[in-house]
Write a protein that binds this ligand. Structure first.
Ligand SMILES: *Cc1c(COP(=O)(O)O)cnc(C)c1O
Length: 472
């Protein structure tokens, strides 16, 4: 056992120690990746293979052929984390393999998970009666939230129910709604304003129209930081409206919720703490490895009502006011032990370290924003509300199509330089470049590289585009 673990740990440490020097995006060219994947297909092996022979191709050939999402140059999409001690927590959880689905099976271990959930609750200023669950990610958190809202407001009469969100919402909202029985014809993607925030006037009109049509508005899903541009919806105003109209307000904080720990961003996120339910994604803003999302539900009874169940072969669940029982608050019974990685990371480093890291990402973003905005040809479409900003390239005589092509080329060329990986999005009818800083390994020198690589690429792209329009 020790020998196997030593081999694995040595390779992991090598990998992590060289993240800074690995290309920000490995070779994921679809044609080459397709060939590789086809060549890897094989039947289940009849006999075993020594561990080192399995680790060789894994670390040499397969891990490098990916987005380097654990690296400091990963400024694409919404960055993830990958704190090393969380991997050790998973190792402990898997090696000891205790059953944490029900409280009675491992009361003290379940208490650690309950503590970790309670820390999230306190950080987000949710009341003591709130309860939550750890999920595999933000998508499953939203799914559970919609089920809670549906149960509370619609009961068996699902088809009349209408859910509202913005046209900037993460695609997991529509997907989760469908999984929860709310079909796409009962989801209203409300228009966003020129800052990509949900428009209150349009929301109110849509609710009124649905009531006139004898439908049953039941929930609003707002964003505390959209994936496209980082927009924060008017959370406080939506909370007021939901209170007035008797609707469930879910806040998707998968990207943005942990910025609530940052004193200077409390105002920007005001109203988040009033939500009926909140998605958090510790595998983004708490820097944990992929596989940890979380949901908080203001009224813990609503979460239990949607999930509690008994069976003759199971021990009786504890009284909910005494102890937390995971199986009474989530769809799962047997499961891994996701609470341990959260608990270990927070205990090991302390909350202050996480707050400071979040504040550092915010400060780095403001610096990157000022410097990128000052580059020739850059027009900012969305300044950073949290740690994401969006922009496009322009020059005299450029058409919308020219701008889209050039901005897309800028993202690709900067990424091809290998130091940072950036991606864009298409919204409000144009292609936008994006910068999103959230990886705990990203520091000032990576922002410097980002700005340098943008400056170098812009010059050549605009020169090429101008020559192109001169020719035509
Ligand atoms: C990442 C993200 C999600 C989905 O979360 P997963 O963890 O990827 O399932 C939902 N909403 C927003 C705003 C996100 O950034």
């Amino acid at each position: 056992m020790r020998e196997m673990a030593d081999q694995v740990v040595a390779r992991c440490i090598d990998h992590i120690a060289t993240l800074d020097r690995q290309p920000s995006c490995g070779d994921v060219d679809p044609a080459r990746a397709g060939d590789l994947c086809r060549s890897m297909r094989e039947a289940a092996p009849e006999r075993g293979t020594p561990l080192d022979q399995l680790l060789d191709p894994l670390f040499r050939d397969w891990i490098p052929r990916s987005f380097t999402s654990a690296g400091p140059g990963y400024i694409a999409y919404i960055p993830g984390g990958g704190l090393y001690p969380a991997a050790l927590a998973d190792f402990i959880a898997d090696a000891t393999n205790r059953y944490t689905g029900v409280w009675q099976a491992a009361p003290a271990l379940v208490q650690l998970e309950a503590n970790a959930l309670d820390w999230l609750r306190e950080w987000m200023d949710f009341p003591p009666e709130a309860r939550g669950l750890f999920t595999t990610g933000g998508s499953m958190a939203i799914f559970n939230a919609i089920v809670c809202a549906r149960e509370r407001h619609l009961g068996a009469d699902i088809r009349a129910g209408v859910l509202y969100t913005s046209d900037q919402a993460h695609h997991s909202v529509l997907k989760s709604a469908k999984l929860a029985g709310i079909m796409p014809d009962r989801v209203r993607p409300i228009e966003s304003d020129d800052r990509f925030r949900l428009r209150m006037d349009r929301l109110q009109e849509a609710i009124a129209a649905d009531r006139r049509a004898s439908l049953a508005p039941f929930a609003v899903v707002s964003s505390a930081g959209t994936t496209n541009t980082g927009a924060v919806d008017p959370l406080d105003a939506i909370a007021d409206l939901c209170a007035r109209e008797g609707l469930w307000h879910h806040v998707d904080g998968a990207y943005g919720a942990f910025f609530y720990l940052c004193a200077e961003l409390r105002t920007a996120l005001r109203g988040l703490e009033r939500a009926d339910s909140l998605t958090l994604d510790p595998h983004k803003g708490l820097f944990l490895p992929y596989g940890t999302g979380a949901l908080l539900v203001r009224d813990g009874a609503a979460l239990r009502a949607a999930h509690e169940a008994t069976a003759a072969y199971l021990p009786a669940a504890p009284h909910p006011e005494d102890f937390y029982d995971p199986s009474q608050h989530s769809p799962e019974l047997s499961r891994g032990f996701p609470g341990l990685r959260v608990w270990l990371a927070v205990k090991l480093y302390g909350s202050a370290a996480f707050r400071e890291a979040i504040a550092e990402k915010r400060a780095l973003t403001l610096d990157a924003f000022r410097r990128v905005a000052a580059l020739p040809g850059i027009v900012v479409d969305a300044p950073p509300e949290l740690s994401l900003f969006a922009f496009h390239l322009t020059w005299p005589g450029a058409t919308r199509a020219d701008e889209d092509r050039a901005t897309n080329a800028l993202m690709e060329q900067v990424t091809a330089r290998g130091r940072v990986m950036v991606t864009g999005c298409t919204t409000h009818g144009r292609y936008l470049g994006r910068v999103c800083i959230l990886n705990f390994r990203t520091h000032q020198r990576h922002v410097d590289a980002l700005v340098d690589d943008f400056a170098a690429s812009i010059d050549s792209i605009v020169a090429a585009e101008t020559a192109r329009s001169d020719r035509s």
